[in-house]
Design a protein around this ligand. Structure first.
Ligand code: G3P
Length: 218
């Protein structure tokens, strides 16, 4: 399973990259706004900066909600760098735009996915990645991981090549569960990735090893 970081924050991207585990980046308009990046030119410059920093795929989301607008925006984003993935919402025009991008060899990430039916449509359109929002499904007392399992089962039975990118990850446990549920990729905030490191027995064990070493070597 690959690890993407879900942020537009350069410091966090660099920190994940420095760990040696970073396979890509996902962004969305909310994450760009969080960094205070506004205006078309600044937004494009920021995407380019991220693409130059990262070896893997970088998802950049279109703002248009109609087919023509999505295609125009997506073409502009794809021109920025080879590792740009055009992120498109799961709406009727979005599916049509994904089909166009697929025919024109532009990578896509179908976002805002909450059902197996939506996952089927995105795969039929040839989406490179599918982003089911695990945390937002959990937020309404449904089971986000059950959605990942259901989509993974369908994609395996039907031999779809679309990769399942578990999104809206909120905790280290979500990452572990996504790995068990058949996600090809997770995209997560840095905090949840770093949370995977934590175990009290590791801390206690390390403290004891160092104390024993220091008894004989100081
Ligand atoms: O990758 C999608 C993600 O940015 C949404 O996360 O926590 O706002 O549901 P969240």
């Amino acid at each position: 399973m690959r690890f993407f970081i879900d942020t537009a924050n350069i410091d966090q991207i660099l920190e994940a990259k420095d760990l040696g585990i970073l396979d890509g980046v996902t962004t969305n308009p909310s994450l760009m706004a969080k960094e205070g990046i506004t205006g078309k030119n600044n937004i494009l410059k920021h995407y380019k900066k991220i693409c130059d920093l990262v070896d893997g795929d970088v998802s950049a989301e279109v703002i248009s909600t109609n087919y023509e607008g999505m295609v125009e925006e997506g073409r502009m984003l794809a021109d920025l760098a080879d590792n740009i993935v055009v992120k498109v919402p799961m709406i009727k025009d979005g599916v049509k735009a994904i089909s166009w991008f697929t025919e024109n060899d532009i990578l896509t990430n179908c976002t805002l996915v909450f059902s197996a039916g939506q996952a089927l449509l995105a795969a039929k359109a040839g989406a490179t990645y599918l982003s089911p929002f695990v945390g937002r499904v959990d937020d309404i007392s449904w089971d986000g991981m059950e959605l990942i399992r259901e989509i993974a089962e369908i994609y395996a039975i039907q031999s779809f090549e679309t990769e399942i990118l578990a999104a809206s990850i909120r905790s280290p446990l979500h990452i572990v569960q996504a790995a068990k549920s058949g996600a090809d990729v997770i995209t997560s905030p840095l905090s949840s990735i770093l949370g995977l490191l934590n175990h009290p027995l590791t801390d206690i064990g390390l403290e004891k090893f160092l104390a024993d070493y220091n008894k004989l070597n100081s």
